[in-house]
Design a protein around this ligand. Structure first.
Ligand code: UD1
Ligand code: CA
Length: 459
């Protein structure tokens, strides 16, 4: 952490190639907007909040980022040099002896260690500018790094401005720069737009600095993925895949087993405890937290779910905004909707749907039920096919089921309704009135209504 270093994040561009209504830096990868990764990165390098250059859709971007950054407005967007100038003006004051690190809002994969190495290299070499470069098989649209016979960087030529020979160069500008700030402001004001895009290129500062006798250095990064920028949906997918890979790798280091790690989708915000086992094709999103010793079988999809220890989530279980406590068993194919809370040792079996339902310790609903707006007491047993009839066409009504209650198969619980502790219902009961504790209710029994005609067979 350097106290004489400020970070500037460029994020005013339009991101046309995303073909989106959403600003590029607000697109999500592994559950978080791209800009969040860059802001986290900046906070590991400098104590002061970064200066973000905003322009296109700046209201939404600023609303999302809030006081995690200071802001410089760039309107209109006339190029990267012009963008940095706006930020330097916001930094203002006495800039002598200060350093400025420039990042892009759409480059989220850079590792803090790499930036720390950049800072060290910059200090050690006495450069006025040190930039990150990388060697690419396909240098595509990146700016080409031109070096002289001594290996010193003389300039960067944008792909669109490059001649055939320059276009062959494999070493490209990663777009991450560390400047001594004192010459930045004057030089930025001297930039011109004499190039193929008619923009003020930040990269033209290299020539200016060298002309005034300053040193410019480049540090080559080994893993080009660290500088991968998001300009298109394809690149967004590549960035997300890399973040996923890092998340799963971290979880494995922390003691989680993955049966087939390349098939799971896990947000970077998710936590999983030691000795939990995650099967293929599992999706874990949002604030989901899973304890230790859990088994998460194929096709489980959790969004903002808190799971205790030693929980078994069987194939195809879907849950959202729910809490599942220790030793519970859920699924296969259970659907826990928002407000579901399963106590310790609860069992919710196949094709059971729950919503705003609180199950006490040891309660069971093993097969084919809908339990909504309900409380289920400890050790109660809900028979197959039980439905809480919670909706009367106008209102959602609550059902309270006491401790040790036994609900017979296919019972209709017409809410609002209270079933006292240790009560029972017979199979097929339609319960419309409260049941006292320790009481058995049955009905409605089927009764003969009329004789039926026999259908004549057509063939
Ligand atoms: C830039 C570099 C190129 C480098 C590449 C790395 C220049 C001239 N070129 O090219 O050498 O290889 O990055 O990714 O700098 N931005 C603004 N305001 C503007 C223009 C851009 O804030 O007026 C922001 C964008 O939102 C983006 C960043 O600056 O976050 C880079 O802009 P972009 O247009 O993507 O630069 P490239 O053309 O890719
Ligand atoms: Ca551009």
């Amino acid at each position: 952490m350097s106290d004489n270093l400020d970070v500037i994040i460029l994020a005013a561009g339009l991101g046309r190639r995303m073909k989106s209504e959403t600003n590029k830096v607000l697109h999500r990868a592994a559950g978080r907007p791209l800009i969040d990764y860059v802001i986290d990165l900046a906070s590991q390098i400098s104590e002061r909040p970064p200066v973000m250059v905003v322009g296109h859709q700046r209201e939404v971007v600023q609303q999302h980022v809030g006081d995690r950054a200071r802001y410089a407005v760039q309107e209109p967007q006339l190029g990267t040099g012009h963008a940095v100038l706006q930020a330097v003006d916001v930094l203002g004051g006495d800039v002598r002896g200060r350093k400025i690190l420039i990042l892009s809002g759409d480059v989220p994969l850079t590792r803090p260690e790499t930036l720390k190495r950049l800072v060290e290299e910059h200090q050690r070499s006495g450069n006025a500018l040190t930039l990150l470069t990388m060697n690419l098989e396909d240098p595509a649209l990146y700016g080409r790094v031109v070096r002289d016979s001594d290996g010193a960087v003389t300039k960067i030529v944008e792909a669109k401005d490059a001649n055939d020979q320059q276009r062959q160069i494999r070493e490209v500008n990663a777009g991450i720069y560390l400047f001594d700030s004192e010459h930045l402001s004057d030089n930025l004001r001297r930039l011109s737009t004499n190039n193929a895009q008619g923009e003020y290129y930040l990269t033209d500062l290299i020539g200016m600095l060298r002309q005034s006798g300053k040193r410019v250095g480049a540090m080559v990064i080994d893993d080009p993925v660290e500088a991968l920028g998001v300009n298109s949906r394809t690149e967004l997918a590549s960035v997300e895949a890399e973040i996923q890979r890092r998340v799963v790798e971290r979880l494995m280091r922390e003691g989680v087993t993955f049966r087939n790690p390349s098939t799971v989708v896990i947000d970077s915000t998710v936590a999983i405890g030691v000795d939990s086992v995650v099967y293929p094709f599992v999706t874990l999103e949002g604030t989901t937290r899973i304890g230790s010793g859990c088994v998460v079988e194929p096709g489980v999809h959790l969004h903002n779910v808190t799971v205790g220890n030693n929980v078994h989530l069987k194939t195809g279980t879907v849950a959202e905004d729910a809490i599942i406590e220790d030793e519970a068993t859920v699924g296969p194919y259970a659907h826990l909707r928002p407000g579901t809370q399963l106590g310790k040792h609860v069992k919710v079996g196949n094709f059971v749907e729950t919503k705003k339902a609180v199950f006490g310790e040891g309660a069971k609903a093993s097969h084919l039920s809908y339990i909504g707006d309900a409380e289920v007491g400890a050790d109660a047993n809900i028979g197959a096919g039980t439905i809480t009839c919670n909706y009367d066409g106008e209102r959602k009504n609550p059902t309270e089921i006491g401790k040790d209650v036994f609900i017979g198969s296919d019972t209709m619980l017409v809410a609002p309704l209270k079933i006292g502790d240790n009560a029972r219902t017979g199979a097929g009961a339609v319960v419309t009135k409260d049941v006292a504790p320790d009481t058995l209710v049955v009905g409605m029994p089927a009764r003969a209504i009329r004789k039926l005609e026999r259908k004549s067979r057509k063939h």
